[in-house]
Design a protein around this ligand. Structure first.
Ligand code: HEM
Length: 411
């Protein structure tokens, strides 16, 4: 009998792939441990086919309140009203019909054209970050490059001052801690999230008022103006959406850049090929996403009894979709544990599927391609420094805390 999986254990987070292959083979629809002490357990799905089916299946959703009693549901305690009302407007936590309405308004704003227009700015942000460390010959790739880059890009899109990024960083970390790392966060975590929410609300309330008085060419103005059959986003919804885009698009992209580069530095031949063949970068980014997904798991609630792989998932059960395991499933990918940037069929499920498919996937891809391009181009002899990697305490947003690298400074 395989032991019950606890996906919050540090040894699991440090190397989930060693666990995934065992569970996928021996118990692919697995009843494991959850950190929500009010629930008896949670299902974890490891096979690609099962994960993508659940993404598309309306019998699974995101609103715990629909199936759990108040004393079971991992609801935010009522004292933290600001955080609660803001998060409840986030697309990722809503089901239809609210999700359909919000998503169609935001789709109008967050288009492919927006991503194409921001590409030159992403290049210059990446260059300016490397200018600051170039002479040193070493850096923490996360602290000095992968972390600031996406927040500066979203700040540029929203039209807010990139100098305020230390504030965004502090606030978005606090929100992620409360919304992603565990199902039942501690009071301290909620308090930090509540303060962060207030910080964000004050900041964006002012930014929105400025745009109302004087519209600009930025995403905040576009969100205010977005209309669908006469419907518009309310003031509160515009606010929540700005904060949602900032947080959802941040830590995910940090992990794409840092783990993407980590995989390349551990596969030196691939690293060398990419240096001389930058035209392979778009395919390489897809493969790096598949090989080590920045988001390893997302969750759903079962709204009905559903049978998967001979197991009965009951109404009210929590289901963890193990994206990271699905993308290494040998039934779906040939030699899944090999990094192959010329892989012909690399259709992974890193950005989810169904109605919640990531709205920022085109932006994330552009940021990943440009960030790796600039690093490979400008830092000759880039290497991993001697270090023991320390990991953030969640597999939802999966990545190391620091990544020390060395390179040859300009002569
Ligand atoms: C949704 C992954 C970048 C905004 C999602 C989902 C995944 C995901 C797996 C689905 C969640 C679910 O089904 O429960 C990623 C990864 C990224 C990334 C791996 C980077 C490599 C971004 C960026 C933005 C963004 C750059 C925006 C600036 C969102 C939003 C949703 C979402 C708003 C919710 C969509 C909905 O519920 O309709 N993302 N994401 N993401 N993502 Fe991303």
């Amino acid at each position: 009998m395989i032991e019950r999986l606890n996906p919050f254990l540090p040894e699991f987070i440090a190397n989930p792939y060693a666990f995934y292959s065992r569970y996928r083979e021996e118990d692919p629809v697995h009843w494991g441990i959850t950190s929500n002490s009010r629930l008896p357990g949670a299902w974890y799905l490891f096979r690609y086919e099962d994960v993508v089916k659940v993404f598309e299946d309306p019998r699974f959703g995101r609103e715990a309140r629909r199936v759990l009693s108040d004393n079971q549901a991992p609801l935010v305690p009522p004292a933290y009203k600001g955080f609660l009302s803001m998060v409840s407007n986030w697309l990722v936590f809503r089901d239809p019909p609210d999700h359909t309405r919000l998503r169609s308004l935001v789709n109008k704003v967050f288009s492919q054209r927006v991503v194409e227009n921001i590409r030159p700015a992403i290049f210059s942000i990446a260059d300016s970050l490397l200018d600051q460390v170039h002479a040193r010959g070493e850096m923490d790739l996360i602290e000095e490059f992968a972390f600031p880059l996406p927040v500066m890009v979203i700040a540029a899109l929203l039209g807010v001052d990139p100098k305020d990024r230390p504030l965004f960083r502090q606030w978005s970390m606090a929100l992620l801690e409360a919304s992603a790392s565990r199902l039942t966060p501690s009071p301290e975590i909620y308090s930090r999230a509540e303060q962060a929410t207030q910080g964000f609300i004050d900041y964006f309330t002012e930014a929105i008022a400025q745009r109302r008085a004087e519209p600009r060419e930025d995403l905040i103005t576009d969100l205010i103006k977005a209309q669908d059959e006469g419907d518009k986003l309310s003031e509160q919804e515009v606010l929540s959406m700005c904060i949602h885009l900032l947080t959802a698009g941040h830590e995910t992209t940090v992990n794409l850049i840092s783990k993407g580069m980590l995989s390349l530095l551990r596969n030196r031949d691939t690293f060398k090929i990419l240096r001389t063949h930058p035209e392979l970068l778009p395919g390489a980014v897809e493969e790096l996403l598949r090989y080590d997904s920045p988001v390893q798991m997302v969750t759903r609630w079962a709204y009905e009894d559903v049978e998967i792989g001979g197991k009965l998932i009951r109404r009210g059960d929590s289901v963890g979709l193990m994206i990271g395991a699905a993308n290494r499933d040998p039934l779906r990918f040939e030699n899944p544990d090999v990094l192959d940037i010329k892989r012909e069929d690399c259709r992974h499920c890193v950005f989810g599927g169904g109605i919640h498919f990531c709205i920022g996937s085109a932006l994330a891809r552009a940021e990943g391609q440009i960030a790796l391009n600039v690093l490979l181009n400008r830092l000759p002899e880039l290497r991993l420094a001697e270090q023991t990697l320390e990991w953030h305490g969640t597999i939802v947003f999966h990545g190391p805390k620091h990544l020390w690298v060395t390179f040859r400074p300009p002569t």
